[in-house]
Design a protein around this ligand. Structure first.
Ligand code: FAD
Length: 449
């Protein structure tokens, strides 16, 4: 008798009490209890099996956004670096990003810690840089963005746009002066191309002017959206030379008279990134600070080609972070007494997200292989940027959807990915502009204007 009551008690423990409450309104529970006490062991076991649907308890598999195990293509050293960056991001960055994102502030304390990873300017040869593969650089961008797209953007501006401009267009003296300190993140850079009235149309003509005088160059005009500009030690300014009409690059040092930076406030995406509106009023830059190998917009475009590939990887990271968060959430969140991940319609969302994510990852792996083989063309980078940022928008939106109301709460992280995906979608060439680059390549017709 005692063992029967014990078994019946265990049976009740496994019962959903909300359901039981509903049941008690429909049936006479004392009578049911009495019937239970009369059941033999076999009957009790059968009843328990019936009540939990006869299903064995599902083991939740580890969360893994790399479904096709692309990491297996990395050698041991590269894989170790990937995991080191992942661990750093989980430990040091994840706990603080929402705090800074909400306040629209930059966590300066992370700069020396990021520097210690020794990943800045990863692909460049010399000047303290590691000379490693573009694939590895892409993987690092993905790992950073998997936790936070703002930190990835800050890092991309420093390591890609700013250092890349100096690496590709600077003289050896300029490289010696800036690159080693920037590699160690002792000096921070910014990249000023976009203007208040000239965004997508930068190739068609900048309005910031550079006039050569016997004392150097005089810069006038405004730049908008410039990441890191509010605190950068050096800002690369792209301006139209009034002499020959070509675009030239200038290294403008922090504190130069006539160089004012105003922080852009009220962003709803990438809030940690400090974007500046720069106003240059008769800002004097010596000839020694003109990028010596930047002769036209074609040289600016070389920098953008490199970094556009990085933005595609960043989109993958943002999407992966959102997917992994959403998968984890759906396995833990219960409705109707079951994890929502066990519902068919939720699994459909998860699989759609994973399909897109897997396609994006395989695409950027190949993109980086082309880059490492010296075969990367503008249209390759543009196609990846278009595809990955478009699919990222789908993934973050589905991630938010499967999280219900909590999907819009910052503390669940996916809301931040959802907002940040919007900025990644627009910067470094919008979908339309990158599509026009690919369109021109496959048809032979330029449809810009
Ligand atoms: C968060 C953030 C960070 C940024 N960081 C930097 C930075 O560090 N440095 C920097 O220089 N810039 C930066 N940018 C600027 C960014 O590169 C531009 O926002 C982007 O190039 C688009 O320009 P725009 O915003 O002026 O849009 P617009 O050029 O005004 O475009 C508006 C719309 O018109 C479409 N459009 C334009 N021309 C055509 C056409 N020919 N055919 C079809 N459609 C067209 C566009 O695709 C877009 O949908 C940043 C932007 C953001 C949002």
């Amino acid at each position: 008798m005692f063992s029967k009551i014990k078994k019946a008690y265990q049976l009740f423990k496994s019962v959903d009490f909300e359901q039981l409450d509903k049941l008690s309104r429909k049936v006479d529970l004392p009578k049911v209890m009495d019937s239970f006490s009369k059941l033999d062991d076999k009957q009790l076991k059968g009843l328990m099996k019936m009540m939990d649907g006869g299903r064995p308890k599902a083991e939740v598999p580890p969360i893994n956004g790399d479904f096709y195990e692309l990491h297996l293509r990395l050698n041991e050293e590269d894989r170790a670096l990937q995991l080191k960056v992942r661990d750093f991001m989980e430990r040091e960055i994840r706990p603080l990003v929402n705090h800074y994102w909400l306040r629209d502030e930059f966590p300066f304390e992370i700069i020396p810690k990021l520097a210690e990873l020794n990943i800045c300017g990863l692909t460049y040869e010399g000047y303290g840089c590691a000379g490693r593969s573009s694939l590895m650089e892409g993987i690092i961008a993905m790992e950073i963005a998997r936790i936070d797209a703002s930190v990835a953007t800050f890092f991309g501006v420093q390591s890609g746009l700013a250092m890349g401009s100096i690496y590709l267009c600077g003289s050896d003296a300029q490289k010696q002066e800036w690159l080693p300190a920037m590699q160690q993140m002792k000096l921070i850079g910014a990249f000023g191309l976009t203007e208040p009235e000239v965004g997508s149309g930068v190739a068609g003509g900048l309005t910031v002017t550079a006039r050569e005088t016997e004392h150097g160059w005089v810069l006038n005009g405004q730049k908008k959206w410039i990441g890191n500009a509010t605190f950068a030690d050096v800002t690369v300014i792209w301006a139209k030379d009034l002499g020959d009409g070509q675009v030239k690059g200038f290294l403008v040092r922090k504190g130069t008279p006539g160089f004012e930076v105003e922080k852009i406030k009220g962003k709803m995406a990438l809030r940690i990134v400090q974007n500046g509106l720069i106003t240059m009023t008769d800002c004097m830059v010596p000839e020694s600070d003109r990028l010596q190998h930047a002769h036209s917009f074609k040289d600016t475009a070389k920098v953008l080609q490199l970094t556009r590939a990085g933005v595609a990887w960043m989109a993958v990271g943002c999407a992966r972070g959102a997917y992994e968060n959403a998968l984890d959430y759906t396995c833990k969140r219960k409705q109707f007494g079951r994890p929502i991940a066990s519902f068919q319609l939720i699994q459909n969302h998860l699989v759609e997200m994973l399909s897109n994510l897997t396609a994006m990852q395989t695409l950027v792996y190949r993109l980086s292989e082309l880059q490492d083989a010296g075969m990367l063309k503008d249209e390759h980078a543009s196609l990846a940027k278009v595809f990955c940022t478009l699919r990222t928008r789908d993934i973050v939106s589905q991630a938010r959807e499967v999280m219900g109301g909590n999907g819009i709460l910052l503390e669940y992280d996916v809301a931040r990915f959802l907002a940040d995906a919007e900025a990644i979608y627009s910067y470094e060439g919008t979908k339309e502009i990158n599509s026009l680059i690919v369109g021109r390549s496959i048809t032979g017709f330029s449809a810009f204007v």
